[in-house]
Each structure stands twice: as C-alpha cells, then as structure tokens.
Design a protein around this ligand. Structure first.
Ligand SMILES: Cc1cc2nc3c(=O)[nH]c(=O)nc-3n(C[C@H](O)[C@H](O)[C@H](O)COP(=O)(O)OP(=O)(O)OC[C@H]3O[C@@H](n4cnc5c(N)ncnc54)[C@H](O)[C@@H]3O)c2cc1C
Length: 273
C-alpha cells in the first residue's frame, strides 16, 4: 500500500492506496459508514480523483450513489430544499427550482461543461471547497443553510462557514435549504470569470451581493435596495484582491456587474407587470 503525504501530486490515480467500498442505501447508514476513521464520501467523483492525486488518503470510500434521500427536492411555496446529491444538470432543470428561483436555475445551469454537469453534484461542489467552484458564491448571496447529518445529530451551517475552517465540517451534507423564497429575487453574473463572479439576492428591500473568484473565497456585503452598486461593492474587504486582480479593480468590476444584475431585475419586474 502506497500512502502519499498530503500536498504531493501524483500524476495518476494508479497510485491510489487500497480501500474498502461501502454503498449505503440510506442517509443514516451513510452517516454511520462515514464516521469510521479514514472514510471519504463520494458522489460524482469529478473532484475526488483530483483530491486523490493531491494526496488524499482514504481507508473507506462511502459511495452516496444509492442514497435516494440525497436527491430529493422540496418546494412548498416558501422554502426550497435541494438534496446534496442532485447533479448540476438535473438540479438546474428541476421544475421546482425553476419555479422557486429561476435565477438560481439559470446560474446553476451555466457552470461547468455538459459532461461534468451530468455527473457532478451540488454537495460535491460545496464540499470540495475549491475557490474556483461557484455554488457557494450563489448560496452565500441567497443566505442558504447547509444541513449536515452527524452521528450526534443535525448541524446547520452557512455556506460562508465552509471557508472559515481549515478542515471541512464532519458529517454528511444532506440538503441545502433556502427560506423566504417567495419574496426573493436572485441573479448570477459569471461573464468576468475567472477574475470574479457576482451573485445578487434582493429580499425585502435589501440587496445581498456575494463575490467569488477562481482564487479567493466568497465575500458577502449587503445594503438597502437603491444603494449605488459601486458604493456597495466598495464595502468588499481588501481580501477580495490578490495577485490576479487588486481589491480596487475587483470592487470596480463587482459594482459594474451588480449594476447589470439589478437592471436585469428591474427589466424582469417590468415584463411581469
Ligand atoms: C472539467 C471540469 C470543469 C468544471 N467546471 C466548473 C465550473 O465552471 N464551475 C463550478 O462551480 N464547478 C466546476 N467544476 C467542479 C464541479 O462542479 C465539481 O467537481 C463537482 O460539483 C463535484 O461534485 P461531485 O459529485 O463529483 O463530488 P465528488 O468528487 O464525489 O466529491 C467532492 C468532495 O465532496 C465530498 N462530498 C461529496 N458529497 C458529500 C456529502 N453529501 N457530504 C459530505 N461530503 C461530500 C467528497 O468527499 C469530496 O471531498 C468543474 C469540474 C471539472 C472536472
């Protein structure tokens, strides 16, 4: 058995150490299997192979493919819940997601390639915790909750908190919940990717903007609807800048893209009248 130290990149997955494969059929069994030392969850595996090449060690691979609970979507006219095991293709086309938040369906349907979208899941996108993956940017603006199942019970965390720790939170990400959807408008702009992408949510007179980029974690700012987009973008922290784009430039671009999104919202409102 060959174990690679974390951080060392192997050119091929042939260097994978041997592991046991578990294929639970319920979320509860998946939590139990995932609690064993060295257990790693697998959904679409579109990121996992890169992690193995980067040195991730795994004693037990817990495949989530046979857990139907993780592919449930629930929409009661107020709260939208999206199971972590939904792939990008299915999620973006789901009629409940499209009815509840058409802007989320459009943004979600625009990420990755056709081949990856049919395999890669919402949960894997979030739990891979790579700054270049976009679902956490959208979910930060939406104020979503992530529900984890652990052997000790259920834990709710914000998408931003995924970036506040050096290790991923333990447990199984079961679902993503977005509340008060009826009063919510959402739009996503990725035309300036990889420099930055902007998600905007408008709820009860407040605009929340989340800005992500290929290289930095998402940052969120909020203010009253009607605030100059440039003024709102000016509140982004200095950490929004890096070697690929200064904070000043990123704030400028974020303000322009937020302005476009808010114009789109106004146009949609006028059309629906
Ligand atoms: C060519 C290519 C292009 C891409 N382009 C984009 C893009 O434009 N935008 C974008 O946002 N993303 C993009 N991606 C990333 C893609 O969206 C992610 O790789 C994908 O969503 C991961 O999902 P998965 O189901 O394959 O996860 P996996 O690879 O199976 O797992 C990823 C990680 O999540 C953990 N995990 C998975 N499910 C759970 C769970 N329920 N609970 C706890 N932990 C879990 C796994 O243990 C692993 O650490 C691209 C990927 C590729 C390969």
């Amino acid at each position: 058995m060959l174990l690679l130290p974390t951080g060392m990149v192997a050119p091929t997955q042939r260097t994978l150490p041997e592991f046991t494969l578990e294929r639970p059929v319920s979320a509860a069994d998946a939590v139990a299997a995932g609690a064993s030392p060295g257990a790693v969850y697998a959904q679409g595996c579109s990121d996992l192979f890169a992690q193995f090449r980067e040195g991730l060690s795994c004693r037990t691979l817990v495949s989530l493919e046979r857990v139907p609970e993780l592919r449930a979507v629930e929409w009661d006219g107020t709260t939208l819940e999206i199971g972590s095991g939904i792939d990008h293709h299915t999620g973006a086309r789901d009629p409940r997601v499209r009815e509840a938040l058409p802007g989320l369906a459009a943004g979600w349907g625009s990420i990755a390639t056709e081949r990856i979208r049919r395999r890669a899941t919402l949960g894997g996108n979030l739990m891979a915790r790579r700054t270049r993956y976009e679902m956490s940017v959208m979910l930060c603006a939406l104020g979503a909750e992530l529900e984890f199942m652990t052997p000790d019970g259920t834990a709710l965390v914000s998408p931003a908190s995924l970036w506040d720790r050096s290790e991923p939170p333990g447990g199984l990400l079961r679902t993503v919940r977005i509340r008060d959807v009826a009063r919510l408008w959402f739009g996503y702009e990725r035309s300036m990717r990889p420099l930055l992408t902007v998600a905007a949510a408008v709820r009860e007179g407040t605009v929340t903007m989340a800005v992500g980029s290929e290289y930095t974690r998402p940052y969120t700012v909020a203010g009253p609807l009607g605030t100059d987009p440039a003024e709102l973008a000016a509140r982004l922290p200095d950490a929004v800048g890096d070697a690929a784009g200064t904070a000043r430039y990123r704030r400028h671009v974020a303000g322009v893209l937020l302005g476009h999104l808010l114009e789109r919202r106004t146009a949609e409102e006028e059309t629906s009248r």
